[in-house]
Ligand binder design. Structure first.
Ligand SMILES: [Zn+2]
Length: 288
């Protein structure tokens, strides 16, 4: 988000096609299987209300070694998008995120990441609202368990040498597969709009961004909310600044197009349909 460091995971060129299609195809197949088994052989005789709301069967208690994420009610009405402006109002964070108060973000000359990103985030929010979406423009402090159809945290990078450049996108783990779908689509659309190169150096700060860590922090998005962080480029790079500062419309359009395409390709029902279950992060100590 702020200072470049060597990444721990490589980032692939934006390439949405095959992976997303596979994910969607699998979702469709699973959807058909689930629906068919819920309906049963006498579906022609069953009232419609029963088909859409099958009686839940009692669920046996989970084994100790798994964690079941709390399932939120799916959003209703128009598609809802959370746009987070990086480092905005960081002084207001709750105690659990007190260590963020000292992180001001990247700086180049008299331009701060926080000011630059807020300008972009406001334009992205306004453009999405004008298209009929409900948009929450969010500061560093996120509503606990925030639920939306998509969440994008917007940041920019800085690098002391002035040589690093490019954009990168990351998501957390222990979430739905739709974070990866959002990453792929947003990456492709951002790249098409800005023509900025991909910086492969994802940082731990991106991969372990507090907003993903619903098991640790209250101030986090629901694990069901498809969520990514985008580092839009390096404000310390003259080549990147030619886009970030001189053609901010390209940055805004890239993010807007990515979010819109994701929402078009991934229906709300698919995201909020299946229970999310994970292995327990810290195994219980073994007994002698
Ligand atoms: Zn940042």
């Amino acid at each position: 988000m702020c200072v470049r460091s060597n990444g721990v995971r490589s980032y692939r060129e934006p390439r949405v096609g095959p992976r997303l299609l596979v994910a969607l195809g699998l979702g469709v197949v699973l959807g058909i299987v689930v629906t068919a088994s819920a309906i049963g052989p006498n579906r022609a005789l069953a009232p419609l209300a029963l088909l859409s709301a099958p009686t839940p069967t009692p669920v046996p208690s989970d084994p100790f070694w798994i964690v079941r994420a709390k399932k939120p009610a799916a959003p209703t009405g128009p598609r809802r998008i959370g746009i987070q402006s990086g480092h905005w109002k960081t002084d207001d964070v709750p105690e659990e995120l007190a260590n963020l108060r000292v992180l001001g973000g990247a700086v180049w000359s008299n331009i701060t990441e926080q000011d630059y990103v807020l300008g972009i985030a406001q334009k992205v929010a306004a453009k999405l609202q004008s298209k009929g979406y409900v948009v929450d423009l969010l500061p560093t402090t996120i509503p606990a368990g925030y639920v939306a159809d998509a969440f994008v945290a917007i940041h920019a990078d800085g690098d002391e040498t002035g040589t690093a450049r490019g954009f990168k996108i990351a998501h957390g783990d222990r979430r739905t597969p739709y974070d990866e779908a959002l990453l792929q689509v947003l990456g492709e659309e951002y790249w098409k709009s800005t023509d900025l190169p991909v910086d492969p150096n994802l940082t731990p700060g991106m991969l372990e961004y507090y907003a993903w860590r619903w098991e640790r922090f209250q101030t986090a998005v629901s694990p069901y909310t498809p969520a990514v962080i985008i580092e839009t480029g390096f404000i310390s790079s003259a080549a990147d600044r030619a886009v970030l500062l001189l053609r901010p419309d390209k940055v805004v359009d890239g993010i807007v197009n990515g979010v819109e395409r994701f929402l078009r390709e991934v229906p709300r029902d698919a995201v909020f349909r299946d229970d999310l279950v994970f292995p327990r992060a810290t195994p219980a100590p073994s007994t002698p």
